[in-house]
Design a protein around this ligand. Structure first.
Ligand SMILES: [Mg+2]
Length: 124
């Protein structure tokens, strides 16, 4: 089976980079450019992984993650935060976000984290 990922980031370049990376690994890729769009999308798709940027206009990644997990606690969210945002990271983990990755990230490291996460969740 093919895994599905939702990439949420306000920067088009980041979305495109991650989209290419995961498509190359045969993932089905969905994208959203802010928290509001992510929340709307999650009503129509059930991705195995959500890769969520923290800093975005309209609705940031923390608020979007909290809202998504309130309705879909089974979803696996990995959040991308800026270096040193310990307060945000704590709130995100408290809300049920599975892991936080510091931006700027090493793309191969990010890929490895996502692969490990998807294996650990043992999706059927
Ligand atoms: Mg951003």
């Amino acid at each position: 089976m093919r895994y599905e990922i939702l990439i949420v980031d306000d920067q088009k370049g980041v979305r495109r980079l991650l989209e290419e990376l995961f498509k190359r690994d045969n993932w089905i890729v969905h994208t959203a450019s802010d928290g509001l769009e992510a929340i709307a999308k999650i009503e129509t798709i059930s991705p195995h992984i959500i890769l969520m940027d923290m800093k975005m206009p309209n609705m940031n990644g923390l608020e979007a993650s909290q809202k998504i997990l309130a309705n879909h606690p089974e979803l696996t969210i990995i959040m991308m935060t800026a270096y040193g945002e310990m307060d945000v990271i704590k709130k995100a983990l408290d809300a049920g976000v599975k892991k936080c990755i510091t931006k700027p990230f090493d793309i191969m490291n990010l890929r490895q984290v996502v692969e490990q996460m998807v294996k650990a969740e043992k999706f059927q």
